[in-house]
Design a protein around this ligand. Structure first.
Ligand SMILES: [Zn+2]
Length: 382
């Protein structure tokens, strides 16, 4: 046994002894729980039983601090004492802690906004079948031990507010909750979600997970079009209404984020919408391009085509290329053609849609293969 192992073993023994005394169970039963693969910290360090016990006294909001207990099984100011089963109580607290670790940490200054009672249900669904019951009190206990921001919303109820990102919690609740509408985009997916699901299954099968998880560094992707569009949401015109619908769709994970006008058009190609809503998209893109003249003009999705051999017309063989792209409104096409045949070379791109022909034009001075579109309204006098 190495000295590291020796230290680890002694800490487990101390934890088992403390947990046995605190819960009124036998040392051997507590020792078994301390050694469960599910209690080793799947998204971080192993949860310390002594730390869990200490937080019930020390914590500034939920700690008894020498007085009567302030947290019980049913929650804050609950007179219902903890009910420990001596077999899985510690493992369950460790699992609730890991479930809370999958969320992006909020700054200490953030106002907690997810209710502990709502979060306890989400934890039950997410951790099922490894932990089928999570009490309100244990959810608050694990959050306090993890050091998450916790607030008392006022009144004398047993529920507290816990500092995990509200949108990420909503995403998880809809992924795992019964009868929920599943999110259609993943920009609110918590960083540890998939990893924790995988590790839960492996640990439940008896594997001791080692190595630990490294929280990915958030990529600060700049999305000026998205940022600008969100800011238009308060306006009382077609662009303001589109921006409000777009913001709500991003908030509720109904569609992904549009970093560029191209992506906004692509989102509209995937969801059903009214002709008026599409017209508002064109007006929005036109205004964006007037506001930011350096913004990239639009390119749409490739939907078909390719390169074919051609025997030529007497001067040798060559190839002909033809590519089809969706037109901006999505009902027609943009056709790009190249004749690469000796004596017969031609490059051409055109809009095969009457509506888009009237509303869009190709940006001049670009090679045919690098065509881009802007709304006609960009250059129109407003
Ligand atoms: Zn069209």
């Amino acid at each position: 046994m190495t000295s590291d192992n020796h230290t680890q073993n002694r800490e487990l023994q101390q934890d088992a002894r403390a947990w046995a005394a605190f819960t009124g169970t036998k040392y051997t039963a507590a020792w078994r729980q301390m050694n469960s693969p599910l209690a080793q910290g799947l998204l971080g360090g192993r949860v310390s039983a002594r730390h869990l016990i200490a937080i019930l006294d020390d914590h500034e909001l939920i700690g008894a601090r020498g007085g009567t207990p302030r947290l019980g099984e049913k929650g804050f100011s609950s007179a219902v004492a903890w009910r420990f089963n001596g077999a899985t109580d510690f493992i369950e607290l460790a699992l609730i802690t890991d479930m809370l670790r999958m969320f992006t940490p909020l700054p200490d200054s953030a106002t907690p906004e997810v209710g502990s009672y709502s979060l306890k249900h989400t934890a039950e669904w997410f951790l099922s079948p490894h932990c089928s019951y999570v009490s309100n009190g244990r959810m608050i206990w694990a959050a306090a031990a993890l050091g998450l921001p916790i607030a008392h919303p006022g009144g004398s109820g047993p529920n507290l507010l816990i500092g995990v990102p509200e949108r990420e919690h909503d995403y998880v609740r809809r992924m795992v909750g019964p009868g929920q509408t599943k999110p259609k985009a993943d920009h609110h997916l918590p960083a540890g979600y998939a990893y924790l699901q995988t590790m839960l299954a492996r640990a439940a099968a008896g594997e001791h997970i080692t190595g630990g998880w490294v929280r990915p560094v958030p990529v600060a992707a700049s999305a000026p079009f998205h940022d600008w569009l969100i800011l238009q949401a308060g306006r009382d015109d077609v662009i303001g209404h589109l921006a409000s619908d777009y913001s709500a769709g991003v908030r509720d994970s109904d569609h992904r984020i549009a970093r560029t006008p191209d992506e906004l058009l692509a989102i509209f190609h995937e969801v059903s919408h009214s002709p008026e809503a599409y017209d508002a998209v064109v007006s929005t893109i036109a205004e964006w391009m007037r506001t930011v003249p350096s913004a990239a003009p639009v390119r749409t999705e490739l939907i078909g085509g390719g390169e074919h051999d051609n025997e030529g017309w007497g001067a040798g063989a060559g190839t002909v290329e033809r590519y089809e792209y969706l037109c901006p409104c999505g009902d027609g096409e943009i056709i790009e053609e190249h004749d690469n045949v000796p004596g017969f070379r031609e490059h051409d791109v055109r809009i095969d849609c009457a509506k888009c022909c009237a509303e869009w034009r190709f940006v001049g001075g670009r090679p045919v293969r690098d065509w881009r579109l802007t709304p006609v309204a960009v250059s129109a006098t407003i």
